[in-house]
Design a protein around this ligand. Structure first.
Ligand SMILES: Cc1ncc(COP(=O)(O)O)c(C=O)c1O
Length: 365
């Protein structure tokens, strides 16, 4: 089903001859012996408060999973009743549930560039998807007026993968209205926590007043649980009931539920903030190093665990980096980006220094 024709774009149109491969993801770019700057999953030892409940859950695998305790824990974290939480096998499952449950929508719009699975899931379910393409010249800033007024499903990421742009909560809230489902993918929201600012600055996760709002969260990134598959949806109970009705039985395993409960606790939230503070310093370092390179332009104001850069001949640069042992994410598979873009994961300063030195040598050659 994937690869069905797309609807007319509302932004700069996709060129059918150069239609990006929505099924391409960073994990395909990582290879034996390469330093991975392509995948946005944090690579760090698992803390005991997370490892212990996951390990303990293995003693219970003969029983079918019971999501109730994890659901209650996630709900408490976000100040919502449990009926406003649906646990999923990663954020990715959430997009499929949305696409399957909301078959009646007439004008689904995806704001790009962004993670490609939301559009891929919609297309796989037979939806005709329209795109709003944000403008690199404007730092990929969202102008809510660009979204067609009669769009009854709108999907946007915040902070956005791959641009790393964090949209103001007020701009996103302006997109919510009766008769529309507004999906905000907050898979990386925890990476935006800032010292001295309570919570996650532009998150809508606790907002219960916005009609049709559905927030998508992932626990696979910061906690290095991509292989465990755990995420969740937050929204009004009747909407979540529709999505739950198309979810496979027992979709989230007992170890994944143990992880969800642990990641909703105070130790996790505190640790997320410390990780985000470290990340901000590491990101500043990467941005400074990249900005010093001739011909390299950092997009927007990066706010997450990765940075998007524009440089001409990016495909050849990426190939040369691979030869020298470095994997970065190609940008041309994201609608709205072309061949001149690369996404680079934020890592520790020593890794960044080694990487940017190699990149400088390639650019000089
Ligand atoms: C923006 C964004 N949302 C969602 C996902 C999917 O995350 P999960 O591993 O929870 O399915 C990804 C994975 O790369 C992502 O980048």
């Amino acid at each position: 089903m994937r690869g069905q024709p797309i609807g007319a774009p509302t932004g700069v149109g996709p060129d059918p001859a150069h239609e990006p491969d929505l099924a391409h993801h960073g994990d395909a770019e990582v290879g034996e012996g390469l330093v991975d700057l392509a995948v946005n999953v944090r690579n760090a030892p698992m803390p005991a408060w997370l490892a212990e409940p996951i390990t303990a859950s293995l003693a219970d695998l003969a029983r079918y999973p019971d999501p109730a305790p994890a659901r209650a824990a996630v709900a408490a974290r976000h100040g919502r009743p449990p009926a406003e939480v649906l646990l999923t096998a990663g954020a990715a499952e959430g997009f499929v549930l949305l696409a399957q449950a909301l078959r009646g929508v007439r004008r689904p719009v995806v704001v790009h560039p962004q993670f490609t699975e939301p559009e891929a899931a919609l297309r796989a379910a037979g939806h005709q998807v329209e795109r709003v393409l944000l403008d690199p010249a404007d730092g990929f800033r969202l102008d809510p007026a660009r979204v067609p007024a009669d769009a009854d499903l709108v999907m946007i990421g915040n902070p956005t993968n791959p641009t790393s742009v964090l949209h103001p909560a007020a701009d996103l809230a302006a997109l919510a209205r009766p008769g529309r489902v507004l999906v905000v993918d907050e898979a990386f929201a925890d990476t935006t926590a800032a010292p001295g600012v309570p919570g996650e600055p532009e998150s809508l996760a606790a907002r219960r007043d916005l009609p049709g709002l559905l927030v998508v969260r992932s626990l696979t990134k910061t906690w290095g649980l991509a292989g465990l598959r755990i995420g969740y949806l937050l929204g009004a109970a009747p909407l979540l009931d529709r999505l739950a009705a198309v979810q496979p039985l027992w979709a989230v395993s007992t170890p994944a539920l143990a992880a969800a409960a642990a990641c909703a606790g105070p130790a996790a939230v505190q640790a997320e903030r410390a990780i985000a503070a470290r990340l901000a310093a590491d990101r500043d370092h990467l941005v400074a190093r990249l900005s010093a390179l001739p011909g390299v332009r950092v997009a927007g104001r990066p706010a997450s665990a990765f940075v998007l850069v524009q440089l001409s001949g990016a495909a050849a640069v990426r190939a040369a980096l691979r030869e020298r042992g470095w994997a970065v994410r190609r940008g041309d598979t994201f609608p709205g980006l072309g061949p001149d873009w690369l996404r680079i994961a934020v890592r520790d300063p020593a890794t960044t220094d080694a990487f940017t030195e190699v990149l400088a040598q390639i650019l000089e050659a």
